[in-house]
Design a protein around this ligand. Sequence first.
Ligand code: PLP
Length: 440
Amino acid sequence: MSKTQDLYTHAKRRMPGGVGLLSKRPEMFAPGRWPGYAARARGCEIWDLDGVHYYDMTTNGIGACILGYADPDVSAAVKKRVDDGSMTSLNPPEEVWLADRLCGIHPWADCARFARTGGEICAIAVRIARATTGRDLVAFSGYHGWSDWYIAANLSDDHQLDGQLLPGIQPNGVPRSLTGTCIPFQHGDTAAFDALIREYGDRLACVIMEPARGAMPAPGFLEHVRDEIHRVGGLLIFDEVTIAWRMNFGGVHKLLGVVPDMAVFAKALGNGHPIAAVIGTRAAMDGAHESFISSTYWTEGVGPAAALATLDKMERTRVWEHITRVGETVQRDWRELAARHGLRIHTSGFPCLAHFDFEENKLELKTLYTRLMLEKDFLANTAIYPTLAHTDAILDEHRAAIDEVFARIAQIKKSGGREAILRAIGGEVCQSDFKRLIDG
Ligand SMILES: Cc1ncc(COP(=O)(O)O)c(C=O)c1O
């Protein structure tokens, strides 16, 4: 056993669920082998508690660290704010500057409010929409966090969220009285959306959805959703928590030219420092005056200071171009090397949120791939959210490692099929992933 593995064994007894985020459970990748803890990190490099060094070819902070870990410019802004006192009895001026900056990037928006996480900011946007419209129902597509308003979708039928990224999720602990308040629709399914509007339209406070997920929406779909929800008197909220800043400066809705009533951001906005924003028109956010939306740590200064520095650097470096190129390279490497070694895989997702699946023995091969890549000092599974810190030299080393690992997998598979794969894993097979990561 290692310090890293020992700590996780202990955590599972001390912390229900073991971790605070499903996507960081070692069981999602290579149970008993995945290093659950980082002692330090810089760029796209991580050192675990035993001092083992890895290149991170996975989600790099679940999409938060778009500029790389411990980015020096963001860290300098954060350190200055910490040294000047980041929490006081007064408000940090950076929050107003950040509101101005975001409304400058999105001229359709008049106002902003801040929180610290994606789930919180989605809950705030939905609260505002309900307060502004005086209506209760919410229609949604996609994943929007852990809050009651959202998980309520699974109260009426345990499988409502199945097509929405979190298959099989249990609504335990969510009040039964919320049944029927949150109604799913499939991204791109105009007929299903129209049926939803016909049934619930006059009771809908809002539609909340990611403008794009694994692929660009069908032409006209977002415009149709916007026009229909407006026709019935509700609001449109775009959830840009994961996708924003990765394909352009601003958010994917800006690229698509469809303006919502509110948009929410988190994750990459602070490059690893907690900050989340909802921006919107004055009319849409009017309900915020009448609703109680208030929390002590939403007023600390590190989050907005980090966001301002992150925005400057994302814009200056045009980070979305770099990460798209990195993602395209990795997607090509996966495809070419799988073909070279006779492995059947399927790649999907935007290059900035790239993914692949093994077509046979999916979870077994994912586990084996992850374990073999760890032996080569790469944190690698079947998704990469690239960062500014991924260089050509690292990509070359990564390609060479995949080449050897795919060759080894092909050899194991040929020598004895699934039994041989399980023997080579020599431990548990990983659990299945967020469905979101295989969409597209
Ligand atoms: C689109 C979207 N919305 C909301 C969330 C929730 O964000 P957080 O995990 O910061 O609460 C996520 C997280 O993955 C997300 O992808």
